[in-house]
Design a binder for this molecule. Structure first.
Ligand SMILES: *Cc1c(COP(=O)(O)O)cnc(C)c1O
Length: 355
């Protein structure tokens, strides 16, 4: 074979790819590591799947996912030209980074936050400004966030944040949107589990993008569907940068069925929130320190603040949670809210470790 030589761009050689949460094949596993919904998707989605006419697949799908975007617009009280659909909200993030980051256009993100953002920045050779959250204040934003973010072209606020699960006062987000000279991207992957959201800010500010995903509250992580809502001019720009046929025909149909069944969404979210309270109480009983969660997971530090040890012990007992090494995050586990039975298994195993 010809001797290997790298023709990759140097940033590609240097970068670490995104590391997704593991999807192990173990039987009997209690899987609480990637914030999936413990309940199935809406029956309307399963019905749409059954009635899908497979012979239609010879055709290209609607490149603009018109019918789906109309449904998204209706549900969120915006016009269709303020919506773009994506192959998961990761696809929305990819378009956004293509649009607003470059070697001379930095991105500001919170720390800790969703670990995909720095990977997308590396692809664009864009600098990342990390704004440390205040651990001693339940991971609140620092007072000087605007000063820290000032050199960036785009500021990403994950609300509720991951992996910490807390939210930030909406009044602060509004002030940031008004004062930041750049795009404010609000990643609302977990907003359905929270007390409020920032969707209405898209009517007030032409520099705000709000993104949502079907992966958590709509129980469709396997489908790959997310969307963004923003001022029509921003959406027009993102449309130039998306893959031409980023939404396949089946996803468009199933996603629309999911989005239109708001009643099922509210019921499922209600159940997850009730289970979240129970799980929080159980962890507190074991001496865990909890960050108040507005998401479908809980960021919690075991009594000995040894996240790695708790993670390994759980794994040995076929319970998988997420552990993020690091000086701050390493003290915690990020635990997805599961079914009552799954949560009980988790608490029983942890009970053995911290009795
Ligand atoms: C899960 C998650 C996403 C990605 O969602 P997909 O639609 O599955 O790509 C985006 N942002 C945050 C903060 C998430 O936790």
């Amino acid at each position: 074979m010809k001797e290997y030589k790298s023709y990759f761009r140097s940033v590609v050689d240097a970068m670490q790819g995104y590391v997704p949460g593991e999807q192990p094949k173990m039987l009997d596993l209690v899987k609480l590591n990637t914030n999936e919904n413990p309940f199935p998707p809406s029956p309307a989605v399963l019905g749409a799947l059954e009635s899908f006419d497979g012979t239609m697949l010879r055709r290209y799908p609607d490149p603009m996912a018109g019918s789906l975007c109309a449904a998204i617009a209706e549900v969120n009280n915006v016009s269709s030209n303020m919506v773009v659909a994506g192959n998961g909200s990761d696809d929305i993030l990819t378009m956004t980074f293509r649009a607003f980051t470059a070697p001379d256009k930095a991105v500001a993100i919170l720390e800790p936050t969703y670990s995909l953002y720095p990977v997308l920045a590396a692809m664009q050779e864009a600098k990342v400004i990390k704004i440390a959250l205040q651990e001693d204040k339940n991971f609140a934003m620092p007072q000087d966030i605007l000063e820290q973010a000032a050199p960036a072209n785009i500021l990403i606020i994950t609300r509720p944040n991951a992996p910490t699960g807390n939210t930030f006062p909406k009044a602060d987000i509004r002030r940031i949107a008004a004062e930041f000279d750049g795009i404010v991207f609000i990643d609302e992957a977990y907003a359905d589990f929270a007390e409020d959201n920032c969707m209405d800010l898209v009517h007030e500010f032409s520099n705000v993008i709000v993104s949502r995903t079907s992966s958590k509250s709509l129980a469709l992580a396997g489908l790959r569907f997310g969307y963004a809502v923003a001022h029509p001019t921003l959406i027009e720009g993102l449309n130039k940068l998306k893959d031409s046929y980023n939404m396949d025909m089946i996803t468009q149909k199933l996603a629309e069925a999911a989005i239109r069944d708001q009643e099922y969404l509210q019921t499922t979210v209600g159940k997850v929130k009730a289970l979240r309270s129970e799980l929080a109480a159980g962890l507190q009983n074991l001496g865990f320190k909890l960050i108040p969660s507005q998401a479908n997971f809980i960021f919690a530090a075991p009594p000995d603040e040894d996240g790695a040890r708790a993670f390994a012990f759980l794994r040995d007992h076929a319970v998988i949670v997420r552990y993020f090494p690091g000086e701050t995050t390493g003290k915690y586990l990020r635990i997805t809210v599961g079914t009552a039975a799954q949560n009980k298994r988790l608490l029983d195993v942890l009970g053995e470790l911290y009795k």
